[in-house]
Design a protein around this ligand. Structure first.
Ligand SMILES: Nc1ncnc2c1ncn2[C@@H]1O[C@H](COP(=O)(O)OP(=O)(O)O)[C@@H](O)[C@H]1O
Ligand SMILES: N[C@@H](CCC(=O)OP(=O)(O)O)C(=O)O
Length: 374
C-alpha cells in the first residue's frame, strides 16, 4: 500500500470530487442509484470522524432530461439553463441521500472570483470552516448559472484542487468514469495504467486527452493538472473510479496515487501561484530565469526583456522564459506604463524612485517543474 493511499485513508480533512460522467447520463439525467452509492462511501468517512467537502459536477447533465435536451448544449445560455434546473435536482438528491445517515448538507456554489480575489478567498475559507465545524457536509459546484465564459473555471477538477488547499485538506480524491491515469486514452486501445506518480518522470510522455462521454468537460487533461497543483502544494491525491469510491477512501490498491511534495505552500503563496488571475506577463532572459527559479532571487529590471498586458503595481503577473513557458508568478511592483523605460537596465542606473525589485522574492512563486511536481 502506498503512503499516499494510506494518507488519504487516514485524512482528517478531505476533498472528494466526482465528475458528471459518474452521476449522469445524457438520456436519463441524474442517476440517483449511482449518487446513493457514492454517498454511502463518503458518509462512512464523515460518520467515522473525517471532515469532508464534496465537490460535485453534474448540474448540466442532470438538467438535460427535465428540459428535454438530448445532448450537452454547446452554447452558454442553454448550459446555464440546464445547470439551473440540474443543480436543484442534484442538491435535493444529495440532501436526501446524506439524510439516510442523518447528515446535513450545505450547498456552496462558487465563481472564479471567489478564489481569484484574495479577500473573497478568505471569505470562502471562513464559510467552509464554519460549515465543517457545525458538522455539515459542504457540497460544492461552480455557480454555472451566473458564470460567464470569461470568468468560468470551466472544470471542477481545478476547483477541487483550490478548495482542497483552501480548507487545509490532508487529501484530495478525484472520482471519474475512468479508473486511473493511463499512458494514453484508454479508448484508443492498449494502454498501461499508471499507479503511482512520484515526480515528473512518471508523467513524461503520456498522451492525455479530453472527455469521451460528451458530459465531462476537462477530460484527463484537467484531472492531471489539478492533481499536480494539489500535490505541488503538499496535498496527496488519488484518482480513481467513482464505482470504487469506498475502496479508494480505504487505502485499497486502486487508481493513480500522486505523492505530495514535501512542504505545504502557505495560503498566500498557493493563492498567488495557482488561484489568482494574472493580468500581464513579464518576459525574462535566461539569467533572470536562473536567478528567480534556481536561486530564488528577486526579479530585477536588468533581466526583463519585455512586458505585456494591462497591470498596475500590486497585480499578479506571469513570468515567462525565452521559450514562452510560464516559469513563475508574482506580484509586480510597477505599473505596466513604468516598465518599458526600465527593462534591461541595472538597478543602479535607474532613477531613485525605480531602484527596487520588479518582483520581490517574497512575492514570487516558481512554477517550473523540477524534480518535485509543480
Ligand atoms: N491518458 C488518459 N488516461 C485516462 N483517461 C483518459 C486519458 N486521456 C483521456 N482520457 C479520458 O478522460 C475521461 C475522463 O474525463 P471526464 O469525462 O472529463 O471525467 P469527469 O466527468 O469525471 O470529470 C475518461 O473517460 C477518458 O476517456
Ligand atoms: N459545473 C459543471 C461541471 C463542470 C465539470 O468540471 O464537469 P466534470 O468534468 O464532469 O467534472 C456541472 O455541474 O455540470
Amino acid at each position: 500500500m502506498s503512503n499516499t493511499r494510506q494518507a488519504i485513508a487516514t485524512a482528517k480533512r478531505l476533498v472528494v470530487k466526482v465528475g458528471s460522467t459518474a452521476l449522469t447520463t445524457a438520456g436519463d439525467g441524474l442517476d440517483v442509484s449511482r449518487l446513493d452509492a457514492l454517498v454511502d462511501a463518503v458518509a462512512a468517512r464523515v460518520t467515522g470522524g473525517s471532515q469532508l467537502v464534496l465537490v460535485s459536477s453534474g448540474a448540466i447533465g442532470a438538467g438535460l432530461a427535465p428540459l428535454a435536451l438530448g445532448t450537452r448544449p454547446r452554447d452558454l445560455a442553454t448550459q446555464q439553463a440546464a445547470a439551473s434546473v440540474g443543480q436543484l435536482a442534484l442538491a435535493h438528491a444529495y440532501a436526501e441521500s446524506f439524510g439516510r445517515y442523518a447528515l446535513t448538507v450545505g450547498q456552496v456554489l462558487l465563481t472564479s472570483d471567489d478564489v481569484v480575489r484574495r479577500a473573497h478567498y478568505r471569505n470562502a475559507e471562513r464559510t467552509f470552516s464554519r460549515l465543517l465545524a457545525l458538522g455539515a457536509v459542504p457540497v460544492v459546484n461552480e455557480n454555472d448559472t451566473v458564470a460567464t465564459e470569461e470568468i468560468r473555471f470551466g472544470d471542477n477538477d481545478r476547483l477541487a484542487a483550490l478548495v482542497a488547499h483552501l480548507i487545509g485538506a490532508d487529501g484530495l480524491v478525484l472520482l471519474s468514469d475512468v479508473d486511473a491515469l493511463y499512458d494514453g486514452d484508454p479508448r484508443d486501445g492498449a494502454t498501461r495504467k499508471v499507479t503511482e506518480v512520484t515526480g515528473e518522470s512518471d508523467i513524461e510522455g503520456l498522451t492525455v486527452g479530453m472527455s469521451s462521454s460528451g458530459l465531462g468537460t476537462g477530460g484527463m487533461v484537467s484531472k492531471l493538472a489539478a492533481a499536480r497543483t494539489a500535490a505541488a502544494a503538499g496535498i496527496p491525491v488519488l484518482l480513481a473510479a467513482a464505482t470504487e469510491a469506498s475502496r479508494a477512501l480505504a487505502a485499497a490498491d486502486v487508481g493513480t496515487a500522486f505523492q505530495a511534495a514535501g512542504s505545504r505552500l502557505s495560503a498566500r503563496r498557493f493563492w498567488l501561484g495557482y488561484a489568482a488571475g494574472a493580468t500581464g506577463r513579464l518576459h525574462l532572459d535566461d539569467g533572470a530565469v536562473a536567478a528567480v527559479i534556481g536561486r530564488r532571487r528577486s526579479l530585477l529590471a536588468a533581466g526583463v526583456t519585455g512586458v505585456d498586458g494591462d497591470f498596475q503595481a500590486g497585480d499578479v503577473v506571469d513570468l515567462v522564459d525565452p521559450a514562452q513557458e510560464v516559469v513563475a508568478r508574482g506580484v509586480v511592483a510597477f505599473d505596466v506604463a513604468e516598465l518599458p523605460a526600465m527593462i534591461g537596465r541595472s538597478t543602479h542606473d535607474l532613477p531613485a524612485e525605480h531602484r527596487r525589485e520588479v518582483v520581490h522574492a517574497d512575492d514570487l512563486v516558481p512554477l517550473r517543474r523540477s524534480r518535485s511536481m509543480r
